[in-house]
Design a protein. Structure first.
Length: 138
């Protein structure tokens, strides 16, 4: 082969190598996604668990202002594994919460119920933050 033919062949093959290099990353992205999926799921699980913690801290701040909260109710509030529906079912506490929140009570309960339902539906299967069946917005 003459030098001109070799140069022509090299110049003809270069675009093929460039196209292969461009598509190389695209062909590997599904494989990378398979290996990164558990990490992504873990990241979202931790973020949702953080949201559960923020909701519980909000409830601790709200219930902490209530004078009629018993010692056992305070301990239940501080324990992540305890069911808080007993707090919501206490009519005296409900009235005190309404007094503390005033006109914001209905909105607070509706938003809290939506947040807790979303957390339960998405990832956090425990029902510890669940509002009791007697809690309703006015």
């Amino acid at each position: 082969m003459a030098g001109v033919e070799v140069a022509g062949l090299v110049l003809a093959v270069i675009p093929l190598f460039i196209a292969a290099a461009e598509h190389y990353d695209d062909s590997l992205s599904p494989i990378r996604r398979v290996f990164q999926t558990p990490l992504e799921i873990r990241k979202y699980y931790l973020a949702l668990n953080d949201q559960k913690t923020y909701v519980r801290l909000s409830l601790i701040a709200l219930f902490g202002k209530l004078p009629s909260l018993s010692q056992s109710q305070k301990q239940a509030l501080m324990n992540d594994d305890s069911d808080l529906s007993s707090l919501w079912n206490d009519e005296n506490l409900q009235e005190e919460i309404q007094d503390v929140l005033g006109h914001a009570y209905g909105s607070y309960i509706a938003n809290l119920d939506a947040i807790v339902s979303a957390l339960e539906r998405l990832v956090i299967k425990d029902k510890s933050l669940r509002l009791g069946p007697t809690v309703s917005s006015p």
